[in-house]
Design a protein around this ligand. Structure first.
Ligand SMILES: Cc1cc2nc3c(=O)[nH]c(=O)nc-3n(C[C@H](O)[C@H](O)[C@H](O)COP(=O)(O)O)c2cc1C
Length: 213
């Protein structure tokens, strides 16, 4: 069983990156799961345009390898990200825009003309850091990346196993939060190993109608 862990903060060794490291240590406690960590900014990805909508371009060799891996090899995908202006860093947004060709089957649509999601073999988890305290993020959850990431990956047909937010800007130095990440990683790994599905909330999540183009 393989898990791909994507660290998308440009600030290595800081909050969301360290949350991911502890989450990975937790996953590794479960036998039989292999984890590969990548830094998203090591991978060259052009902006989306119609001309590159069906695959990676010649100069995007690492991106091609990554998308091959996501569509064929992995059963788990963990993404860690900071909150940037109520959203995610541009590189992560761009990555998500570009993986459309492995994520959506535009020729196969439902009665609302929505494309079918193609990432049904993947169980996702999101780790998010931010400068907003946890209590405020709980109230305004819909303006934070975990909510948006959940929606996108459910739209892509993936299973969403959960998300964890830390509002401490010194998370990388906060053993309590990091220990939580470790435990959540172990729980995620166990669910993966025992083929457990996503929760009720994710199962009833409404996929809004969206046109194919
Ligand atoms: C450009 C920029 C925009 C930010 N926007 C937000 C925001 O909208 N909401 C928030 O809670 N924190 C925001 N922050 C704070 C970061 O999310 C926070 O410092 C986070 O812990 C950084 O994570 P990292 O160390 O993993 O990069 C922003 C930080 C930067 C640099």
């Amino acid at each position: 069983m393989k898990v791909l862990a994507i660290s998308s903060s440009p600030s290595r060794g800081r909050n969301s990156d360290t949350m991911l490291d502890y989450f990975i240590s937790g996953i590794k406690k479960v036998p039989g799961i292999e984890v590969e960590k990548v830094y998203l900014d090591d991978i060259h990805i052009n902006y989306y345009k119609r001309q590159n909508s069906t695959g990676a371009e010649i100069e995007e060799e690492d991106f091609r390898k990554l998308t091959d891996k996501i569509s064929k090899d992995i059963s788990g995908l963990v993404i860690s990200t900071p909150t940037y202006n109520f959203s995610v860093p541009a590189h992560l947004k761009n990555f998500i825009d570009r993986i459309r060709f492995i994520a959506l089957d535009l020729k196969n649509t439902n009665k609302f003309d929505q494309p079918r999601g193609m990432l049904g073999h993947i169980k996702t988890y999101f780790l998010v850091s931010g400068g907003t305290p946890n209590w405020a993020e709980k109230i305004l959850f819909f303006t934070f990346p975990a909510f948006w990431l959940r929606g996108v990956f459910l739209y892509f047909g993936a299973q969403v196993m959960g998300a964890f937010y830390s509002g401490d800007t010194n998370t990388f130095n906060n053993p309590k939060v990091l220990n939580k990440c470790y435990k959540k990683g172990m729980r995620y790994g166990r669910k993966l190993a025992s083929h457990k599905g996503q929760g009720i909330l994710e199962n009833i999540f409404w996929r809004p109608p969206q046109t194919k183009n």
